[in-house]
Design a binder for this molecule. Structure first.
Ligand code: BDR
Ligand code: CA
Length: 359
C-alpha cells in the first residue's frame, strides 16, 4: 500500500469525524496566524522565488522564517535575493543567512547560465537591500524555531541540505521535535529520470551529498519531491504569460524572472521550464496531488555516482546492506501536473490581488 492510499484513508477518517483535511482552499488568507508552521530553506534562484511567492500566498500557512543556503548562487547572493523578495513582496518574516560551503568538499562555480548573474534571471535587483538578516546563522535559527514550537514545524528545503544537516549535528534532538521535512531533491529513476547535474545526481543533492545523506538518515520524516515528479510539471510560456496578465505585480515578476530560465531550457532543447521548488510547496499544500513510495534512502557521497539518491522500497526484501536501520522516508513517484498548475495559478492570482490591496 502506498503512502497515498493511507493518506486518502486518513482524509476519509477526518471527514467521517467532521474535520476537513488541510487543502489550499480550506482557509482564507486572513486565518494565517495559527496555520501550518513552516521554515523555508532556499537558494533563490528563479524557481525558489516562484516557490516562495506560492508559499507566502497559500492559505493556511504560517511562514516562520526563510533560511538561505548556497546552490543556485553563492550564499551572499542567495541571502541578498531572499531579503529582496521578502522586502519587495511584504513577506514579514526573518531571513537567516545560511552556510556557504558543503560539509565536505567545495562549492562552485555557481550556475549563472541557469539563474543569471544575479540569481534572479538578471531582472534589476539592488546590490544591497534595507532589510537586514536575522543575527543567527540559519541552522541556529532552525534549532531555536523548532524548539519554540515542538512538534509543529515543517522544514521545507529546496536548496542544498547543509543548514538542515548542521542543525541536526548541533542539536540531534530536534529530529524528534520537527513535524516533518519536505525537500525538493533527488532523482530515483521513475519515468527514466536521470540527474540534472550528472546522469546520477540532482542539483540540490549534488551540492552537498553528505548533508543529504544525514538528512535522509535522521529520525524525522522526509518526503523527497525529486526530478521524477518535477520533470512532469512543465510551465509553458502561455501559462506564464497568462499569469503576468492575471496576477498583477506578482505575476509580472514571475514572468520577468522566468525569461532567462526559459531561455536556458530552450537552449537545452526543452520547450518549457520545469516547476521544481514550487512542486515541493504543492506537496505541503495538497499531498493528494502526489503518489509516494516509502523506504530508506541513501545518498552516494563519492565517486562517479556522487549525489545519487537510492531508495530501498519497504515492499522489497534484500540481503543486509547500507539501508538497514535507517528510517523509512517517502519519495514522490507521480503527480497530477494539471491540478498542481491550477493550484499555483489560483494562489498567485490571489496573491496579486492581495499585494495590490496592501498598497
Ligand atoms: C533544483 O536545483 C536548483 O537549480 C533549483 O532551484 C531546484 O531547487 C532542481 O534540481
Ligand atoms: Ca532551489
Amino acid at each position: 500500500m502506498t503512502d497515498l492510499l493511507s493518506r486518502r484513508q486518513f482524509s476519509g477518517l477526518l471527514a467521517a469525524a467532521g474535520l476537513a483535511p488541510f487543502t489550499a482552499a480550506a482557509a482564507p488568507k486572513a486565518a494565517m496566524a495559527g496555520g501550518r508552521k513552516v521554515i523555508f530553506d532556499t537558494d533563490p534562484g528563479i524557481d525558489d522565488a516562484m516557490a516562495l511567492l506560492f508559499l507566502h500566498y497559500l492559505p493556511g500557512i504560517e511562514l516562520l522564517g526563510v533560511t538561505s543556503t548556497f546552490g543556485n548562487h553563492v550564499v551572499d547572493v542567495t541571502t541578498r535575493n531572499a531579503l529582496y523578495l521578502v522586502e519587495r513582496f511584504k513577506i514579514d518574516v526573518p531571513v537567516a543567512r545560511g552556510v556557504g560551503i558543503p560539509l565536505v568538499g567545495d562549492y562552485g562555480p555557481p550556475p549563472v547560465y541557469v539563474h543569471g548573474q544575479n540569481g534572479l534571471g538578471d531582472v534589476p535587483v539592488p546590490d544591497q537591500v534595507a532589510t537586514k538578516p536575522d543575527p543567527r546563522p540559519a541552522h541556529k535559527f532552525i534549532i531555536d524555531t523548532v524548539r519554540a514550537h515542538p512538534g509543529e514545524v515543517t522544514l521545507l528545503a529546496v536548496g542544498s541540505m547543509t543548514n538542515l544537516a548542521l542543525a541536526l549535528r548541533d542539536d540531534p534532538d530536534i529530529a524528534g521535535l520537527v513535524k516533518d521535512v519536505i525537500i525538493m531533491g533527488g532523482a530515483f529513476g521513475y519515468f527514466g529520470n536521470l540527474g540534472n547535474v550528472t546522469p546520477a545526481s540532482e542539483a540540490n543533492i549534488h551540492d552537498d551529498p553528505t548533508a543529504a545523506d544525514e538528512v535522509f538518515g535522521a529520525k524525522w520524516h522526509v518526503t523527497a519531491v525529486g526530478l521524477d515528479v518535477t520533470h512532469r510539471v512543465e510551465m509553458p510560456q502561455d501559462y506564464l504569460r497568462a499569469l503576468s496578465q492575471e496576477a498583477g505585480e506578482v505575476g509580472k515578476f514571475i514572468w520577468d524572472i522566468t525569461r532567462f530560465y526559459e531561455n536556458f531550457y530552450r537552449k537545452s532543447g526543452m520547450p518549457n521550464i520545469f516547476c521544481h521548488d514550487a512542486s515541493a510547496v504543492a506537496y505541503l499544500a495538497d499531498p493528494s496531488l502526489f503518489k509516494t513510495r516509502s523506504g530508506a534512502v541513501r545518498v552516494v557521497t563519492d565517486g562517479l555516482a556522487n549525489g545519487q539518491t537510492i531508495q530501498k522500497p519497504d515492499s522489497r526484501k534484500f540481503p543486509p546492506g547500507a539501508w538497514d536501520s535507517r528510517p523509512s522516508q517517502s519519495i514522490c513517484i507521480d503527480v497530477d501536473a494539471e491540478k498542481l498548475r491550477q493550484l499555483y495559478r489560483r494562489t498567485i492570482i490571489a496573491g496579486g490581488k492581495a499585494l495590490a490591496a496592501a498598497k
